[in-house]
Design a binder for this molecule. Structure first.
Ligand SMILES: [Zn+2]
Length: 278
């Protein structure tokens, strides 16, 4: 898949296997899974939390970066087109990029512009420039991260912004799952990586190593913020779709009881990187 599995793509230290298909960088704590990646397979019942996060991100683009006058947006891995709908309603000119033909077709039926294919190789975006290139839960699925970074540079216009919205290995749920994994209880950890699902995560970053990766490649972190990882609304179907009833029930109950605590150290965040042109 183009990347050396034993070398950290962030800091070039050696990766240490931690069992299963997973490894971690000893230096910067970047994590990798060797699970073969795939396309598509929408995670169900994320609508409510996504809606809140997408509106928040659109406000960030407008308010924090008003001087850049950002208009055109490429949404890499546009999936069901939810972000395209929110961003279009906020006045942005949006294009989706989606490898799953069914999801792309459904989004086009709502009048959205969706290009078929993977980032950055898709024919339909060749030579195109955008003010914003955004990854909503998609960067962690792209096997060759260096190629993705080159793609961002190629597709960002002057004064462009790369925005990454993704899960973090600093989150409380991830930390708890890692702890259970070390004790031999491996299911929650695998679930966070979506191991065994159609589209597993290849990478797990935190803000520090994601920032280091981008800044090594000429970007500058301009803004970051925790995002909501879940809302009470929509939590039950999201959990119960993948686990037996009793397991689902106790996970659901724990997540409701811990909700105030988990908001303090969320399991996902958004980071905005500016690319200065020399
Ligand atoms: Zn590293």
């Amino acid at each position: 898949m183009g990347e050396h599995k034993n070398t950290c793509p962030v800091c070039a230290s050696s990766m240490r296997p931690i069992g299963g298909c997973y490894s971690i960088c000893k230096t910067c704590k970047y994590m990798m899974s060797a699970e073969p990646p795939g396309a598509g397979a929408e995670v169900v019942s994320l609508g409510a939390v996504r809606e809140k996060n997408f509106r928040f991100i659109c406000r960030v683009i407008k308010e924090k970066f008003s001087s850049l006058d950002l208009k055109t947006v490429l949404d890499v891995g546009s999936s069901t087109g939810h972000f395209l709908d929110v961003a279009a309603a906020e006045g942005f000119s949006v294009t989706g990029l989606e490898p799953d033909a069914r999801l792309a077709d459904e989004t086009r039926l709502r009048g959205r512009d969706v290009v078929a294919g993977f980032f950055p190789g898709a024919d339909g975006i060749r030579g195109q420039k955008y003010d914003v290139v955004i990854f909503n839960d998609s960067l962690e699925h792209i096997p060759n991260i260096q190629e993705a970074l080159r793609g961002i540079k190629a597709h960002l216009g002057e004064a462009g912004l790369a925005i990454v919205n993704l899960p973090t290995s600093d989150g409380i749920i991830f930390k708890a799952s890692s702890f259970l994994y070390k004790l031999g209880i491996k299911t929650p950890f695998g679930r966070l990586w979506q191991t065994g699902f159609a589209s597993p995560h290849v990478h797990y970053f935190n803000l520090r190593n994601l920032r280091r990766l981008f800044e090594n490649n000429g970007f500058k972190l301009q803004y970051s913020s925790p995002l909501r990882y879940y809302t009470i609304k929509g939590l039950w179907p999201r959990i119960s779709c993948k686990s037996p009833f009793l397991v689902s029930f106790f996970v659901w109950l724990a997540l409701i009881l811990l909700y105030p605590l988990l908001r303090l150290r969320s399991d996902c965040f958004v980071a905005c990187f500016y690319l200065p042109r020399i």
